[in-house]
Design a protein. Structure first.
Length: 257
């Protein structure tokens, strides 16, 4: 495993890309309403990234992915493909995953949205998943291991009887969209890679209301759903290890780290 340590210049570029990705999620929020299609949400984000930010939507044509964002609704765990046939309705929950490229560097983040009034059990799943992300972020500093982070996330999810998706995880990021290390959301304390200043990666826990098992769509080769059809939620941030802790590049204006 080859984990890159970013230079001051690289970190500066990632800081910009991360801020732009966060802005996309803040911009799209008011459009996530009953009656809108996920295809329309994709078009709005695409236009904003290209025209307003003069940036590039990283998912578009990445390994053949056909759209500029991922829209994962209800039982879709991740990599949902926006479509003009998918109309959001009140009570739905949706993860919007945005990655932008600016000056050659990536900012990757996702957020859960409720369409209208989501059921209480769905809101709880969303809340605990976000807490799992924040618990992971709080641990990031030189010397912490990836096992420490994964274990803490897993423990918190298990406390509420949610399961952690294992097939998909966080990842190193920089000039490359997905690089080493893999950041698992389960693990053993003290095990795995020890963090060093200058490492950059995402933490993006995926929690299922039911069992952890997933299935990949044979139809499009991208969409991942829970095998039992129960709800799934995910939150994601891109961050760097600093000398004393962590800098979250994709923090939104309502978040403080």
């Amino acid at each position: 495993m080859s984990v890159s340590i970013k230079s001051v210049d690289e970190l500066a570029k990632m800081r910009v890309a991360g801020a732009l990705a966060a802005q996309v999620l803040e911009m799209i929020g008011p459009y996530v309403v009953s009656g809108v299609t996920t295809g329309e949400l994709d078009r709005i984000c695409h236009e904003y990234i290209i025209n307003e930010q003069q940036a590039i939507p990283a998912p578009l044509n990445y390994r053949g992915f056909p759209k500029s964002i991922c829209t994962s609704v209800n039982q879709v765990v991740c990599h949902g493909i926006p479509s003009d046939k998918k109309i959001l309705k009140s009570g739905d929950i949706i993860n919007i995953d945005v990655t932008v490229i600016k000056d050659g560097y990536h900012g990757d983040t996702s957020k859960m949205f409720c369409v209208g009034e989501a059921p209480v059990h769905a809101q709880k799943l969303i809340e605990i998943t976000q807490e799992c992300l924040y618990i992971g972020i709080e641990l990031v500093k030189p010397g912490t291991t990836l096992g420490d982070i994964g274990h803490a996330i897993y423990q918190h999810a298990s406390k509420y009887y949610y399961s952690i998706v294992r097939e998909y995880c966080g990842h190193g990021i920089g000039a490359v969209f997905h690089e080493d290390p893999q950041v698992l959301h389960y693990g053993n304390p003290g095990k795995g890679l020890a963090l060093q200043e200058g490492m950059t990666f995402t933490i993006e826990p995926m929690l299922n209301a039911g069992k952890r098992h997933t299935k990949l769509s044979k139809h499009d080769g991208w969409t991942v759903e829970t095998k039992d059809g129960r709800l799934s939620a995910q939150w994601e941030h891109t961050m760097a290890v600093t000398a004393t802790g962590v800098e979250v590049f994709t923090a939104r204006s309502d978040e403080r780290f």
